[in-house]
Design a protein around this ligand. Sequence first.
Ligand SMILES: Cc1ncc(COP(=O)(O)O)c(C=O)c1O
Length: 485
Amino acid sequence: MPHISHKGLELPQSAIRKLVPFADATKAHGIHVYHLNIGQPDIETPKAALKALAQTKIDVLAYSPSAGIQSYREKLCQYYKKNGIDITPERILVTTGGSEALQMAFTCCLNPGDEIIIPEPYYTNYNTFAKLCDAKIVTVPSDIKSGFALPLVDDFEKYITPYTRAIMICNPNNPTGYLYSEKDLYAVGALCKKYDLYLFADEVYREFCYDGEKHFSVLNLPGCENNVVLFDSVSKRYSACGARVGCVITRNSELFSTMMRLAQARLSPPSFGQIFAEAAIDTPQEYFDNVMKEYVSRRNVIVEGINNIPGCFCPNPKGAFYTVCELPIDDSDRFCQWLLTDFQYNGATVMLAPATGFYSDPEKGRHQVRITYCLCKEDLRAAIKCLEEALKVYPGRLKAKAKAGRKAVAKKAAPAKKAEVKKAAPAKKAEAKKAAPAKKAEAKKAAPAKKAEAKKAAPANKAEVKKAAPAKKAVAKKAVAKKKA
Ligand SMILES: Cc1ncc(COP(=O)(O)O)c(C=O)c1O
């Protein structure tokens, strides 16, 4: 058999999708899987844009210009203008999703051995795009205790070497949900200017900012025109991941014309997707207001739900629809696989993304998972219940260590309390106003009852798990073998 290239063999597995064969096997066994592992929103795509696509008269489904359909690029400028960004069509190169935008810029900016500095945890697919150009990702740690705030500029500076070519920022962040401030971005911009680095900015979650916080785009950093390269996408904005339309924007004309050569070689971004995306720009603000309201309430269900599970900690993210949580587990890879092969609660289980894949050193994510809140609240609550029950019976559960970790972080984070929760439980209304100590006391008070309930549920659950395990394992093994074959 012809061999696979060295580069091909070195391409990392997706941390988000690597457990898919186990999930498929579990589903084949009739068990429902709550997908908290992937950022596939269930929100409806704007109907008017879909209708516009359906009504477009097409005789020949032709290539579009390599940089994208001109009317779409012009309309995109209106979208950016509405978001306080002045840009002209000749700075916008339309791509096949944000993913191709990343790949194009990495290819045209990075030489083998070049380094990109990224705060970690970070979006795992950057690894693949860096690997394709033999560039190296260098990480600056951010801390769960601060909700993964941007590390200090001094910290970034420590990692700059003669090989450093770029700093990469994802804002709002996937996987942490952290929203960087204008001040943060001015500091990073200044650093890029000082060392003549590219500032790669992934803003595909621009719309997803919560609690009245505003997004600041790196395109508005003065004096950084030749440094800034922006990645964007319609995937999340319009819940249109299948449109496969994104773009890369830069005012650096030399870089733009270099990327155009690559764009011409790959001919064209998707024509259908661009027709949809152009129409989607007319989506009324009301759509986004409703979507953001929904995501805020989902976030609150997740943050509150996770923080109410003993030994768990979840920061309160201000953007995107992800959060990285700390769980009392020995190994997040093992735990996430075990959830799919050895556990079920009421005929369902949860799929999570082990955080190991979001760090340069997997050890740092050993006790963490990334959770997405793309499901409806009812499903999120059911998924949290599953997780709570799973943690009661997981053989690799850590006890004392996780509790200590939670104590330290609980002080820093004020998990959001939602109006909806208050409404549902009037008794909780008063508690919500109280500070963390009050909550702690309450948790203590509730503990015996919870413990008793857990004890009662555990044998049945264990028996159920035991009973299901061999069959599930067999199915999972078969699916993995099939996938390998
Ligand atoms: C941070 C980030 N950047 C880029 C992308 C790429 O998205 P797409 O290729 O669908 O536009 C994603 C997708 O999940 C993402 O989360």
